[in-house]
Design a protein around this ligand. Structure first.
Ligand code: NAP
Length: 259
């Protein structure tokens, strides 16, 4: 299927590894000119080279903390007029609500709510002018199915989701769509660290806990990042113009609601 986005430009945040990287790779495969951002420069450069080799597309890099004002300026200086914006950042740490103070909440809001909103604010006018835009926010299945130890994530991402629900309808006549992709468990560094912590806490081997994590899923496996990237590329395609304001779960059937 030709997704009809060859030659478009994309800014993919938090994309040296994991889900962001998978989105960047899937877009580059479609001939999109991708700029990827992350903090660690060495991994970022290696990822850009890997994507370039696999796709034959040049990939630009910007080493920046996307959750800061300086980071917003840096990523937009590197890719000033993206047709496609993938909002992503690391998730907040787990914990207990009694321990979270204002500064913990502000950090979570900066990373997982206010940064995507700021990048949307600054990129949408150009997209509207060009009559085409695709924005995908990587959030979490926890938006629909909250995980109490990830309360900072549940709260901050729900704020972003509420904002996007309104803005997507406002932008509907312009050719700019905004959708959220909600990952359940995917095989990335992040989930491996979570399982590692669980194994340590329970004094059991990692491999045993990993197998247990797989069994907890209806598909008895976690998602492959390529599956996430493919869904993202479709939402960014010229074929998906009728889909906006949606929260799309990619969780292998883990969420048990009928709707
Ligand atoms: P990952 O494999 O750990 O990769 C995270 C990527 O984001 C890395 O490239 C990292 O590079 C970059 N990054 C993190 N903080 C950043 C910042 N402040 N500025 C710029 N880049 C930053 O994580 P992932 O599994 O892909 O997760 C991506 C998002 O999906 C997270 O918000 C996570 O909470 C959410 N999520 C993941 C899962 C899952 O199962 N994987 C499930 C639900 C939700 P640097 O560290 O070098 O900056």
């Amino acid at each position: 299927m030709d997704l009809g986005i060859s030659g478009r430009t994309a800014l993919v945040c938090a994309a040296s590894k994991g889900l962001g990287k998978a989105c960047a790779l899937a877009l580059a495969r479609e001939g999109v000119q991708v700029t990827i951002a992350a903090r660690g420069e060495a991994t970022l450069k290696a990822t850009a080279e890997e994507i370039s080799t696999l796709t034959g597309q040049p990939v630009a890099v910007v080493a920046a903390d996307v959750t800061t004002a300086a980071g917003h300026d840096a990523v937009l200086a590197a890719c000033p007029n993206p047709d496609i914006l993938i909002n992503n950042a690391g998730g907040p740490p787990p914990g207990h609500y009694q321990d979270w103070r204002r500064e913990d909440w502000i950090a979570a809001l900066d990373a997982n709510m206010l940064t995507p909103i700021e990048l949307i604010r600054r990129t949408v006018p150009g997209m509207v002018q060009r009559g085409f835009g695709r924005i995908v926010n990587i959030t979490s299945s926890a938006v629909k199915d909250p995980i109490s130890v990830l309360g900072l994530s549940n709260g901050a991402r729900a704020g972003l989701t509420g904002f996007v629900a309104g803005l997507a309808r406002e932008l509907a006549p312009t050719g700019v769509t905004i959708n959220n992709l909600l990952p359940g468990p995917f095989d990335t560094d992040r989930i491996r660290k979570v399982v590692e912590a669980r194994a340590k806490k329970e004094g059991r081997p990692f491999e045993e806990m990993w197998q247990l994590r797989m069994k907890e899923s209806p598909m008895h496996r976690v998602g492959a990042p390529e599956e996430f990237g493919a869904a993202c590329a479709f939402i960014c395609s010229s074929l998906s113009g009728y889909m906006t304001g949606q929260n799309i779960l990619l969780d292998g059937g883990a969420y048990r609601g009928t709707f």
